[in-house]
Design a protein around this ligand. Sequence first.
Ligand SMILES: [Zn+2]
Length: 95
Amino acid sequence: MPTYSFRCAQRCAPVEQRFAMADVPGEVSCPECGEAAARQISSPALGRGNSVAMKAHDASRATAATPAVVSSLPAAGRSATRTTSNPLHRRLPRP
Ligand SMILES: [Zn+2]
């Protein structure tokens, strides 16, 4: 369930509550002053997760935006080094 932010007219601290998307009300009662706190429109909190999949996605997006610059040909014989920054690479089969 997403978290929604509400704020009363008295400008108390923002109230954050979780509702199902179909059941979110337009206003809730402020826990500090008791007045109606209207729902605030905010950006979705995409990318704030801390899962392994999101870290891998962020890492791959970062390499796509700023690829490593190659200034010379690789040495003869390809080394079997793997990056350790991407946790999904640990699941790849070993030679
Ligand atoms: Zn209030």
